[in-house]
Design a protein around this ligand. Structure first.
Ligand SMILES: Cc1cc2nc3c(=O)[nH]c(=O)nc-3n(C[C@H](O)[C@H](O)[C@H](O)COP(=O)(O)OP(=O)(O)OC[C@H]3O[C@@H](n4cnc5c(N)ncnc54)[C@H](O)[C@@H]3O)c2cc1C
Length: 391
């Protein structure tokens, strides 16, 4: 058993969770991993892979039993994300985005909203989380999308950019500003926009460096009339919902990173054990062993912290903003370094498409950019140590 196998074995799962993960491993091995390179190169939406996850009933795990789902502990959810990401990062991202988009509805929605809006997700529908706008990225409070109340409806006017699964989403968790509130922060509100709402359109899909099989959409809202019943909480509750949502989606990003990093590391170990130069295996060079040591250590320590944060979330701890930031930032830097080293260890072959570490390095980069860039996370963590002057 390697140190990484021991870390996997140390994650406590109950029998049902272990069985689900076992079935998921089979689907990843037989369907998702073999399709990953093809979808990356064609840029098509990975329907075969997503359908295979749905055949396993995997979307139901986002949704509590009371609303047509099966529920799953956060630790087990992260273990699933990590497993899928090791097979195909695009597919894992699509699946995890359902969680990122719908968890705030589960945590903050009313019984009526959950009963009405969640079953579609449990059946295999897509969720999306729409915050970013062309001129409001790192500073979400700069968003311009406007929510104007009109009787039993809210009229939505504006646009969003870079929205993962925005074109396929059945339920879009949409952030905007309440027209009757002046303050940039206090006005932020959140509602669920349903697929097919008149006035909602997809302006385009980005062509990207990585995660090519996951769609990243620019969206427009032209006087969309959304039932007031779809508002989450009260007007102005948006930032509260957003911060709580990010505290859970950032560990989920870390799980995407760890799956990808583990896959790149496994490919590297196999390659350097096999490839020979100067009459000996590449791994027999001490410099190569040092690289493997650093890669394995970074993955092990980062992932260990991920399971700790997951346990805090399961225990109901909510003041975990700094921990979530540290975890997302460290996991993103780790997967970037590990995948870059994986390409290096493969030599010229690592730079070529046939060897999957090329795709993995491209897929890794976005983790340092989304869910708060790593500069923003360093700022958030550093700021938490500022003391009042004169104390
Ligand atoms: C593939 C992809 C998928 C995405 N999916 C989603 C999604 O599903 N939903 C969604 O809402 N958004 C999504 N995003 C948007 C993503 O979260 C933003 O791109 C990210 O928050 C950064 O915003 P920005 O691109 O506008 O960069 P900017 O905010 O313009 O930043 C540019 C650079 O300036 C730095 N910078 C900015 N402010 C500061 C500061 N105060 N201090 C130090 N440095 C700073 C940044 O770190 C960065 O290096 C996605 C983006 C991509 C590319």
């Amino acid at each position: 058993m390697t140190v990484l196998d021991r870390l996997t074995a140390s994650v406590a799962l109950n029998d049902a969770e272990a069985q689900l993960l076992d079935s998921l491993r089979g689907v990843c091995r037989d369907v998702i991993a073999p399709n990953a390179a093809r979808y990356d190169q064609s840029g098509e939406f990975p329907w075969d892979s997503v359908n295979a996850l749905n055949a396993l009933g995997l979307n139901a795990v986002f949704v509590p039993e009371a609303y047509g789902g099966a529920g799953l502990r956060f630790t087990a959810y992260l273990a699933c994300v990590r497993e899928i990401a090791a097979a195909c990062s695009s597919t894992a991202l699509i699946w995890a985005t359902n969680f990122h988009g719908m968890k705030p509805l589960i945590d903050f929605g009313t019984e009526e909203q959950k009963t009405r809006l969640l079953p579609r997700i449990a059946e295999g529908g897509f969720g999306a989380l729409a915050i970013t706008e062309q001129n409001a990225g790192s500073d979400a409070t700069g968003m311009k999308t406007r929510f104007t109340p009109d009787g039993e409806h809210i009229v939505v006017q504006g646009s969003k950019t870079f929205i993962t699964s925005g074109d396929v989403a059945d339920r879009l968790l949409l952030f905007g500003k309440w027209s009757e509130i002046d303050s940039a922060k206090d006005a932020i509100s959140v509602l669920v926009l349903e697929k097919g709402t008149p006035g909602f359109s997809v302006l385009g899909i980005e062509k990207k460096m990585g995660h090519n099989a996951s769609s990243t959409a620019a969206l427009a809202f032209d006087d969309c009339r959304v039932p007031r019943a779809n508002l989450i909480g009260k007007p102005g509750d948006g930032l509260k919902v957003l911060f709580a949502a990010l505290n859970k989606s950032r560990p989920s990003v870390a799980a995407l990173c760890m799956g990808l990093a583990r896959a790149a590391f496994a490919r590297s170990v196999a390659y350097v054990n096999d490839r020979k130069q100067s009459g000996r295996r590449i791994i027999d060079n001490q410099g190569i062993q040092f690289m493997l040591a650093d890669m394995a250590t970074e993955i092990t320590l980062t992932e260990s912290f991920m399971w700790k944060v997951a346990a805090m979330i399961e225990a109901g701890v909510t003041d975990i903003g700094v921990e979530s930031s540290m975890l997302k930032m460290k996991a993103a830097d780790t997967v970037m370094k590990v995948t870059e080293d994986a390409v290096q260890l493969h030599g010229g072959y690592g730079y070529c498409r046939e060897y999957e570490v090329e795709r993995m390095m491209r897929d890794a980069k976005i983790h340092q950019i989304w869910e708060g860039t790593n500069q923003i996370h360093r700022q958030l963590i550093g700021r938490s140590f500022i003391q009042k002057e004169g104390r």
